[in-house]
Design a protein around this ligand. Structure first.
Ligand code: SAM
Ligand code: DTB
Ligand code: SF4
Length: 329
């Protein structure tokens, strides 16, 4: 088998590791270049050293505020400036959020993630989202929100409401970011992640694959995520869902094996993180999803809708888990 790139562990004087790894783009590109069987084997080894390889975590999404967003993210159905089929909706009332969270819990989700199409929340929005977090947590679910960029003090307010995770994706390599989004910067995303960490909230951050980026861009995204200190606890890897009316509507889909390689690279570089096989599952054959689990994905979005687009029905996922002998956690 080929030599496997391995970032060096940094050691303190007393020989305890400071952190497990600092990856370079060249090292992650070298992972991508391994024969697929070797790459998957390595990813499985890392996976099994850190997790039960037959267990999968499930998060359910709800869009609590849909459409009309000021930003120009080239993939997004919710950007006001693109002519998409997504209809604007105001912030959902609390009782509708609680009802959806209860359904998610009854179907077996362990985490409920509420998304809002904002550049960032206004202080009055945050008070209402805080009430949603308190109520969902009260049902016994882990809570996650994705609200865009945070200003000083907002992460602390979310923490006080009992928030477990904040989702904020780096989305793509810093050097490719400006080709997809111009209304905010990659550095702004890093800044928000810092505020989330400083408030003691767990980080969920990943990206989108298949936006016309190069393999080097994909490797660089993985490096930017893996070298966060500490790396995100949850790493959603989304396959672009092409949205008619957006600038990325007609990008050529990524090769399936390249997507699997990206999952494996995430697993190897972020050994203790949950790697989530995220958007794009509806268009994936069961065999491709199984290959993603073999490459180290151990989490999915669960429920028939993501934010504005479809996701496999919960019953279909249950049947797939049954066939693969996967146990939900
Ligand atoms: N407005 C907030 C933000 O941008 O962080 C939260 C909502 S935004 C829709 C959350 C994430 O959904 C994005 O960062 C992106 O990774 C993902 N996403 C949005 N549209 C997508 C698409 N068409 N295909 C795949 N992932 C998508
Ligand atoms: C993430 O990484 N993917 C989710 C969640 N975090 C917020 C969103 C996927 C959105 C897919 C397109 C849509 O449904 O609008
Ligand atoms: Fe707005 Fe988020 Fe969509 Fe960008 S990804 S347009 S910030 S909702």
């Amino acid at each position: 088998m080929n030599a496997i790139p391995q970032a060096d562990a940094l050691m303190r004087d007393d020989a305890t590791p400071v952190r497990s790894a600092r990856w370079t783009v060249a090292e992650v590109e070298a992972l991508y270049q391994l024969p697929l069987m070797d790459l998957i084997y390595r990813a499985q080894q890392v996976h099994r050293e850190n997790f039960d390889a037959n267990e999968i975590q499930r998060s359910t999404l709800l869009s609590v505020k849909t459409g009309g967003c000021s930003e120009d993210c080239g993939y997004c159905s919710q950007a006001a400036r693109y002519n998409t089929e997504t209809e604007r909706e105001a912030l959902l009332p609390l009782d509708e959020v609680i009802a959806a969270a209860q359904v998610a819990k009854d179907k077996g989700a362990s985490r409920f993630c509420m998304g809002a199409a904002w550049r960032g929340p206004k202080d009055k929005d945050l008070a209402q989202v805080g009430a949603m977090i308190r109520a969902v947590k009260g049902l016994g679910l882990q809570t996650c929100v994705t609200l865009g960029m945070l200003k000083d003090g907002q992460a602390n307010e979310l923490k006080e409401a009992g928030l477990d995770y904040y989702n904020h994706n780096l989305d793509t390599d810093a050097s490719f970011y400006g080709q997809v989004i111009t209304t905010h910067k990659h550095a702004d995303r890093i800044d928000t992640l810092g505020q989330v960490r400083a408030a003691g909230i767990k980080v969920c951050s990943g990206g989108i694959i298949g936006m016309g980026e190069s393999r080097r861009n994909r490797a660089a995204l993985i490096v930017q995520l893996a070298n966060l200190d500490p790396p995100p606890e949850s790493v959603p890897i989304n396959n672009l869902v092409p949205i008619p009316g957006t600038p990325l509507a007609n990008v050529a889909p990524i090769d399936n094996f390249e997507f699997v390689r990206t999952i494996a690279a995430a697993r190897i570089t972020m050994p203790t993180s949950f790697v989530r096989l995220s958007a794009g599952r509806q268009a994936m054959a069961e065999e491709l999803q199984a290959l993603c689990f073999l490459a180290g994905a151990n989490s999915i979005f669960y429920g028939d809708k993501l934010l504005t687009t479809g996701n496999p029905e919960a019953d279909r996922d249950e049947a797939l888990f049954e066939k693969l002998g996967l146990r939900p956690i």
